[in-house]
Design a protein. Structure first.
Length: 318
């Protein structure tokens, strides 16, 4: 059997493979995003940016606690002006490398108007996709309830961004809700081109000797292997609820994990924490492992796996 075909089309745009660097993992750096791309990613996502620069939360902000990470970076970023320059430089490097790796910009705000402003500004950087982060769990003391927590709020942001964005809009959802499927339906109805699921899972780790939460922000967002079953469940529920494609994210560390998210209904698979545990070449390694799994299991194209766990519907479509 020939090597499996990993090229994947998402919102009409073709990526060399379904693996996407998740937002925030490598901060705001064109050089690092280009290295992840060269290492075998299908697309790279920039750190979420806001209108003004944000210093983020005081240290400690990231902790490896055993089954993954907990972070409360607090959306530290240099603000939209510098972010546009970084994205332009990243795009230049990706084009020069000529591997067809796509660029995803990411924005967040505290009001619908912020999202509309940022989405319009992002057109200057000409990303391939625009992800809107309405789901960060670490900033609600400061920025109030995430937009991803309510259908009308999530829909309002989506509509405002869709009115101005030149790039397809991916709305990033939160697992920290009672019913992620209803939020997915609300953003689809509001015009979203795709969904990303999931952002981090709200959590806390306490130092039992100090009798205090370890993170300076007290609460944080869990990522890494511990959250994969939560991501799989959320992707599965979204796949049943909407027709738009899904960028599945959460706890993927190897090719078989990526296959699991595809089977749940993801078309693309985001990788975040595994870059910390496996290094900058993680996405290329996971891509190769996915190809090996597909070869062993007799799959010729990545698209054949998407949603296949929704038996019997998946079987009927296969
Ligand atoms: C240190 C850190 C920073 C993050 N920053 C962002 C961010 O700026 N925007 C965003 O949408 N998600 C952010 N995330 C969430 C990731 O993009 C991803 O959704 C989450 O970590 C789950 O994937 P993983 O288990 O593969 O890490 C961040 C995650 C981590 C660990």
């Amino acid at each position: 059997m020939n090597a499996p075909d990993l090229t994947t089309t998402f919102c009409g745009i073709t990526l060399p493979n379904p693996l996407v660097l998740a937002s925030g993992i490598l901060g705001t750096s064109a050089a690092l995003m280009a290295r992840v791309a060269a290492g075998g990613a299908g697309a790279v996502t920039a750190k979420s940016c806001s209108r003004a620069p944000r210093p983020g939360h005081p240290n400690p902000t990231v902790l490896a606690w055993g089954a993954g990470f907990i972070n409360a970076v607090g959306l530290a970023n240099p603000g939209v002006d510098e972010e546009i320059a970084v994205l332009q430089e990243t795009r230049r490097r990706l084009a020069q490398a000529g591997q067809g790796v796509k660029l995803v910009a990411s924005i967040f705000g505290t009001a619908v108007e912020d999202y509309a402003y940022l989405a319009e500004r992002m057109n200057e950087a000409r990303p391939d996709f625009l992800e809107i982060n309405i789901s960060c769990p670490n900033v609600h003391d400061e920025l109030a309830r995430p937009f991803a927590a309510s259908c009308p709020a999530a829909a309002a942001v989506t509509r405002a961004v869709k009115r101005v964005s030149a790039a397809p809009v991916i709305v990033k959802l939160s697992p920290n809700v009672t019913d992620i499927a209803e939020i997915a339906r609300a953003v689809e109805d509001a015009g979203a081109d795709a969904i990303a699921a999931i952002n981090t899972v709200a959590g806390m780790v306490i130092d039992i000797r100090a009798r205090r939460p370890i993170l300076a922000n007290r609460e944080g967002g869990l990522s890494g292997p511990a959250i994969r079953p939560i991501a799989v469940r959320c992707i599965y529920q979204c796949y049943q609820a909407v027709k738009i494609p899904i960028l599945g994210i959460g706890g993927v560390s190897c090719g078989e994990d990526a296959a699991e998210l595809l089977l749940a209904g993801a078309t693309l698979v985001g990788v975040g924490s595994a870059v910390h545990s496996r290094g900058i070449a993680a996405l290329g390694q996971i891509r190769d492992e996915l190809a090996q799994f597909m070869l062993a299991e007799g799959f010729g194209r990545a698209a054949e796996l998407v949603g296949l766990a929704h038996w019997p519907a998946g079987m009927a479509g296969s």
